[in-house]
Design a protein around this ligand. Structure first.
Ligand SMILES: [Zn+2]
Length: 239
């Protein structure tokens, strides 16, 4: 039985190696495929820049489509993670996931508006993700936010700057600044989970309806990212 498992594992590993090398070798063949946007795929930005058009305006359209897909997926994923956290008795973490889900939806809608205003049709996406334990879900969320805040959005912002696309810059910047904050909130939540101190986390979140900026305490009079008045914040205290 044990031997069987070892053999299966070996087969899977070698299969993976073959698959990866085929994937790399066949990269040029797949140029026609839409850019896969996944918060887990740290190569995405790189691949994207290799296959993209040299025209910065077209590149920005591709970036916004990828960001729309990523944010739509993140919103659905965090909503599912929120339910899982509640099931596991981590109410405070469930609220954090709900707040982040709400913010990502705002980012997706903003990106979609910029694209549609420029005449680009935005096809609906089917989010794909896996729900695991809350600890693993937090680790996944940190990985995703880190990729977006350190790689994806900085690259997309450079492209939008080159294209001189002011609306894209605004929309991408709202998301970029918010994801940096989400990353810290998820890291704090994971640290609290590890210390068995989840109950010390906030039980109220405020999400700016304009830019998705997220506060885990009473917000200032105006959003620190987009200056929207605090009366337009979405208050999250329950699931
Ligand atoms: Zn805001």
């Amino acid at each position: 039985m044990k031997k069987q498992i070892v053999l299966i594992s070996a087969a899977l590993i070698s299969g993976w190696v073959v698959f990866s090398s085929c994937n790399n070798a066949g990269g040029a063949v797949k140029l026609q495929e839409p850019v896969a946007m996944s918060s887990e795929n740290s190569n995405n930005g790189k691949v994207n820049s290799v296959i993209s058009s040299a025209d910065p305006r077209e590149k920005t359209t591709e970036d916004l489509l990828a960001a729309f897909k990523g944010e739509t997926t993140a919103s659905a994923k965090y909503a599912a993670y929120s339910k899982k956290a509640e099931q596991e008795g981590y109410h405070q973490i469930a609220l954090l996931f709900k707040a982040a889900s709400t913010a990502e939806k705002i980012h997706a809608t903003n990106h979609q508006s910029v694209l549609e205003d420029a005449g680009t049709k935005v096809a609906p996406v089917t989010p794909e993700f896996t729900v695991k334990s809350t600890k693993e879900n937090l680790q996944d969320a940190i990985k995703g936010e880190t990729y977006e805040a350190t790689t994806m959005y900085p690259e997309f912002l450079k492209d939008a700057e080159s294209a001189g696309n002011q609306l894209a810059l605004i929309s991408l910047n709202y998301a970029f600044k918010t994801e940096k904050k989400h990353r810290v909130m998820y890291e704090n939540a994971l640290a609290a989970l590890d210390k068995n101190a989840v109950k010390s986390l906030s039980v109220v979140y405020y999400v700016c309806a304009t830019c998705g900026n997220t506060y885990d305490a009473a917000p200032p009079q105006r959003c620190g990212i987009c200056m929207t008045g605090a009366e337009k914040f979405i208050k999250i205290t329950s699931l």
